[in-house]
Design a protein around this ligand. Structure first.
Ligand code: G4P
Length: 528
């Protein structure tokens, strides 16, 4: 196949949700439909259970599984589908945000009982920021949930996106029988199957079909007919460009557990979800069809195997054809690199590949040359634009607890923060090292992994700071004055950008008033 055909058939996306909405279950059903796995239960949930805050074994289990499921590739109806996994746990939200730099669209899973939840809102904000097209799957319709009309208006209000239902549920809770497809104008009823692909019980366009009435009951048919009359007046009809520009979200109802409504979602996804898009770099727009290869690293997994200190960098191909053993240019280090064993992932199996195309994600073994955000090209310098680093909410000083292992401590901290696990800040005065995170869990992970993987010990000391934010100003005098006065509260991030640590919102506002020409931002400049 030529490169254009290969690009056209790629669909690279992430399934995102608030934990427990059904992301893992839905992923598994898609893999089943694509024949990538044969039985349900093959994809282990990669989430860290709520109770596991200090359960190190759980963290390790999670790491093992999340490597295996970082990207899942399958073929479905002639399309090459790459599903990028995102951790559900909110303490790892930044990892999810970075993964979103590598997808062309997302499927957002909503729990019909709970509706829009905290993580749903945050994830949507990131999608909006990057204009990522969103498709919504309203899951768990087999439970007594909210009314479909109410759910859609909640989505519109809370997520600030227009919705356009593609399917409509027939019944709900224990009487959920199937879905009506608003574009194909037919009914599909399924036989609930928890372990296998669903079996279709009935497919008809005739709402007066006798069999339909026998299975569903006249009352549900009447309700469906009423709903169908209301829908056109209440919701947008589908418009491809509005979807692609992320203003309009097609919505599907179903139950991932019972495989209801999943084929409708997957079939429409294949048809309308965008393939590899042009990507923004600081230099220019990179088109996938360009002859020359380029790609960027959006995720690193360090120390996959404790016996071999290797890491795996996940690279999204943005243009041209990637070839095994070919020499590529590492822009940040200004050096050439060759990869002899690039990996792809089919369900849980890793295998070496010879070539890959835009939209694909490959795993590159690396011993410390690659960092999140790095670009590989055929010689041109490109700087991909990503997701900013967000202001950490918990700040702790990290102290080396074993002076004999200072080197291992430094190396471990540097590598683990390269992986994007947490942000590392250094205070010039006294060289204190400060770890900033969005959740408590990362501190446990850092301590545990430092010891296990690097043989270093650390302890943390909570700092009296509530916010860390980046700052800058065109007013040099004011900037210098601010830096002089606040020196004890200023640290530097990994890119050497200055960060101000404020003890409270009040302190931050106070600084804003005293230094009106200084801009304080809750996110750093674009860095993948
Ligand atoms: P997540 O990855 O988004 O965190 O969610 P996951 O798929 O693990 O699903 C969370 C829980 O919701 C699981 O139950 C799962 O079985 C259930 N679930 C998923 N889809 C549906 C659905 O369509 N209907 C119903 N009723 N439940 C659904 P669990 O008890 O937490 O785990 P498990 O023991 O069943 O694995």
């Amino acid at each position: 196949m030529d490169i254009k055909t290969e690009i056209k058939r790629r669909r690279t996306f992430a399934i995102i949700s608030h934990p427990d909405a059904g992301k893992t279950t839905l992923t598994e059903k898609l893999l089943l439909m694509g024949g990538a796995i044969q039985v349900a239960g093959a994809v282990k949930s990669n989430k860290i259970r709520k109770t596991a805050t200090s359960d190190f074994l759980e963290i390790e289990r999670q790491r093992g599984i999340s490597v295996a499921t970082s990207v899942m590739t399958l073929d479905y109806k002639g399309k090459r589908v790459n599903i990028l996994d995102t951790p559900g746990h909110k303490d790892f939200a930044e990892d999810t945000y970075r993964t979103l730099t590598a997808v062309d669209s997302v499927v957002l899973v909503i729990d019909s009982v709970k509706g829009v939840e905290e993580q749903t809102r945050r994830l949507m904000e990131v999608c909006r920021m990057r204009a990522i097209p969103v498709m919504v799957f309203i899951n768990k319709m087999d439970r007594e949930g909210k009314d479909p009309f109410d759910l859609l208006s909640e989505l519109e209000e809370e997520l600030k996106i227009a919705t356009c239902p593609f399917t409509w549920p027939i019944g709900e809770g224990s009487r959920f029988k199937g879905v009506y497809h608003l574009y194909r104008k037919d009914v599909r009823l399924y036989d609930p199957q928890k372990t296998l692909k669903s079996t279709e019980l009935l497919n008809t366009k005739d709402l007066n079909n006798i069999e339909l009435r026998r299975i569903v009951g006249q009352d549900l048919i009447n309700k469906l007919k009423e709903d169908l009359e209301l829908i056109p007046g209440l919701f947008e009809s589908f418009n491809h460009s509005l979807y692609r520009e992320a203003y309009l979200a097609p919505v599907f109802f179903g139950s991932a557990l019972n495989s209801f409504g999943v084929p409708e979602l997957f079939d429409s996804f294949i048809e309308i979800a965008p393939g590899p898009a042009a990507l923004k770099t600081a230099e220019r727009l990179v088109q996938p069809e360009e002859e020359k290869f380029s790609g960027f690293v959006f995720k690193i997994h360090a120390n996959l195997d404790p016996n071999h200190r290797n890491r795996m960098a996940f690279l999204r191909i943005s243009s041209g054809r990637f070839e095994r053993n070919k020499i590529y240019y590492h822009c940040r280090l200004d050096k050439n690199m060759r990869f002899s064993a690039p990996a792809t992932f089919m369900a849980n199996n890793k295998s070496t590949i010879d070539e890959a195309y835009p939209g694909d994600v490959i795993g590159l073994y690396d011993n410390g040359n690659l960092k999140i955000g790095d670009a590989l090209t055929e010689g041109e310098i490109l700087t991909f634009k990503g997701i900013p680093n967000f202001a950490p909410e918990i700040l702790k000083e990290v102290i080396n607890a074993d002076p004999m292992k200072a080197k291992q401590f430094e190396k471990g901290l540097s590598q683990l923060t390269d992986e994007g696990l947490a942000q590392l800040f250094v205070q010039e005065q006294g060289k204190r090292k400060i770890i900033g995170t969005v959740g408590e869990l990362q501190f446990d992970v850092i301590q545990f992994r430092l010891e296990k993987e690097y043989g270093a010990k650390c302890r943390f000391q909570l700092l009296p700071y509530a916010k860390a934010c980046w700052f800058g100003s065109d007013n040099r005098a004011q900037l210098e004055e601010f830096i002089k006065r606040k020196a004890a509260h200023i640290v530097f991030d990994k890119n050497n950008q200055a960060v101000f640590m404020a003890e409270s919102d009040w302190m931050l506002n106070n600084s804003r008033e005293t230094f009106p020409d200084i801009r304080f931002t809750m996110s750093s400049e674009f860095n993948i």
